[in-house]
Write a protein that binds this ligand. Structure first.
Ligand SMILES: O=C(O)c1ccccc1NCC(=O)[C@H](O)[C@H](O)COP(=O)(O)O
Length: 210
């Protein structure tokens, strides 16, 4: 049985971090994009990341941030994975000098295989719905846009929730899933019961792929 990894994104509060870990998240995302309703400062991300036990990975998410902003945040959270979620070039991503994930903005006509080829240094591609605000939209994209075999680990994202994630895992068979809006009571305020239900739904899908 393969175990689909789970990333919960957009945490802003200690209680939600504890609940997400308890629910079974493998990675927690902190949004360092000032225009997001879920934005935290690098200092706040560091405070929250300090709450994480071993083997739960903090992810620092940036949208078109200045290199010095990224370097500052990475210094504060040295164990973090970096997620580029804007219009960064492959060279800008690679320059971070740390393991990084690249968000792909899925829309009709988008060539994911070419995108993967242009980002050879990415540890994974996070497939999200193409929206003007870059992410956190709660909108699902058409999963049939995903080619059958992508040569890097795929993180399925965009509008996932406890009701649709089982189907997403069974259809796409991603390395991991990522969720924000679908486990929220309000933007940046997570709901413990929804996070538990989301993680259970992923495990149900895993059991069915055994
Ligand atoms: O969460 C945000 O507000 C956000 C804003 C700008 C860029 C990215 C953002 N979030 C990135 C994530 O990894 C989200 O989990 C991903 O977009 C999925 O969000 P949702 O559709 O709400 O589950």
């Amino acid at each position: 049985m393969s175990r689909t990894r789970i990333k919960i994104c957009g945490l802003t509060r200690e209680a939600d971090v504890a609940d997400a870990v308890e629910a079974g998240a493998d990675a927690l995302g902190f949004v360092l994009y000032p225009k997001s309703p879920r934005a935290v400062t690098p200092e706040r991300a560091a405070e929250l990341a300090r709450r994480l036990p071993p083997f739960v990975t903090p992810v620092l998410l940036f949208v078109n941030a200045a290199p010095e902003t990224i370097a500052h945040a990475v210094r504060l959270v040295p164990q973090a994975l970096v997620q580029f979620h804007g219009d960064e070039t492959p060279e800008q991503c690679a320059a971070v000098g740390r393991p990084w994930l690249r968000a792909a903005r899925m829309a009709p006509g988008f060539d994911l295989l070419d995108f993967a080829r242009r980002h050879p240094g990415a540890t994974g591609l996070l497939l999200d719905t193409h929206v003007e605000a870059y992410g956190g939209s709660g909108k699902v994209f058409d999963w049939s846009l995903i080619p059958p075999s992508v040569p890097v680990p795929v993180v399925l994202s965009g509008g996932l929730n406890p009701a649709n994630v089982t189907d997403g895992v069974l259809r796409v068979r991603p390395w991991a899933v990522d969720v924000s809006s679908g486990v929220e009571r309000d933007k940046g305020i997570k709901d413990a019961a929804l996070m538990r239900r989301f993680c259970q739904a992923v495990r149900e899908a895993d059991a069915r792929t055994a």
